[in-house]
Design a protein around this ligand. Structure first.
Ligand SMILES: [Zn+2]
Length: 320
């Protein structure tokens, strides 16, 4: 295998960002495999979902959103703690910043290291990085479920933790009346999975089962196109599960027979590449994904913190 450039460091082409109106007062921005965003109008306020990597990047999304609504942002909802999803938060001027309680714990424990790690891995997403005022802190956390009454006859927005998955503290945003789900990085639609902080078996099992059980008819994943209609929604969920199950099977078999991490990486790569190899961030993510699963299989429940230095070591060992 030829030496590959580190993570997404060679990916410098800007992606097309598209605002899509999913229903009356419900918006998403997709970006050809870059992180997606969402927004839901309440009667006299806005709920925004995800915040991008910097305030400058987030402001571009807000400008686009302002062509549709000028309501103030009452809630900024963070699906999980990853830097490219949260560090743009200050641009929203939100009254309340909502996250799962484990997300708050993760920011306390490793927010700084994650910022440096993600900046090194995908610098392109950190537009004008000096505009970031510091770590993003949630001001409202919950453990299971939080319901926001949107007012008038708009119904509810339900923020729900479906179990551990992409991280320990993922939440999804669910509009039961419109049957629209913002799934964060728990579901990817034709984009590779990042599982470096994941709980693979729980994610592939009960967590995705609970997400499928919601019965969404429109699903916005963490990256990739909006899944429209029950068939596409199910396909996105099962594609995510398939990626995880393949990893668990391949890496598990190498672990079981006492093989090496490098062998596990090769086995996972060979098994996943035909279906997933051409999807965004596949080569970037896989070394970190396999390293985390390897730790998990060895009995390490809580993910080891990724630092800029550990990123390079794992990369050089597996992709170098
Ligand atoms: Zn993430």
């Amino acid at each position: 295998m030829a030496t590959k450039p580190f993570a997404s460091s060679a990916d410098t082409d800007a992606k097309q960002q598209t605002l899509e109106v999913l229903a009356d007062g419900v918006y998403a921005q997709t970006a050809e495999g870059d992180p997606n965003l969402g927004a839901v109008e309440g009667e006299d306020f806005l709920v925004c979902f995800e915040a991008l990597a910097t305030p400058v990047a987030a402001r571009r999304w807000l400008d686009r959103l302002r062509e549709h609504t000028d309501k103030p942002v009452r809630y900024l909802v963070l699906s999980h703690y990853h830097a490219v999803r949260v560090l743009g938060a200050s641009a929203f001027d939100a009254e309340v910043v909502v996250a799962h309680e484990a997300t708050r714990d993760l920011i306390v424990e490793r927010g700084k290291q994650d910022w440096e790690s993600e900046y090194g891995r995908m610098g392109r997403l950190f537009e004008e990085p000096e505009s970031i005022p510091g770590l993003t802190w949630p001001t409202l956390t919950f453990s299971d479920r939080l319901t926001i009454d949107l007012g008038g006859d708009r119904g509810d927005l339900v923020l729900q933790h479906c179990g551990r998955g992409h991280t320990a503290g993922d939440l999804v945003a669910w509009l039961p009346r419109q049957r629209i789900l913002f799934a964060g990085d728990l579901v990817e639609s034709q984009a590779a999975l990042y599982t470096g902080d994941a709980f693979h078996r729980e994610w592939a099992g009960g967590t995705l089962d609970r997400i499928a059980g919601l019965g969404a008819e429109l699903l916005v994943g963490g990256r990739g196109a909006v899944a429209r209609g029950p068939e596409q929604v199910q396909a996105a969920i099962e594609q995510t599960r398939g990626f995880l199950s393949t990893m668990i099977r391949e890496v598990g078999a190498v672990h079981e027979r006492g093989g090496s991490l490098k062998e596990a990486f090769a086995a996972a790569h060979t098994a996943l590449a035909p279906q997933y190899g051409a999807w965004p961030i596949f080569e970037h993510c896989l070394p970190f994904d396999v390293a985390r699963l390897w730790d998990e299989l060895g009995g390490t429940d809580w993910p080891v913190i990724w630092t800029a230095q550990r990123d390079r070591e794992v990369w050089d060992q597996l992709q170098g």
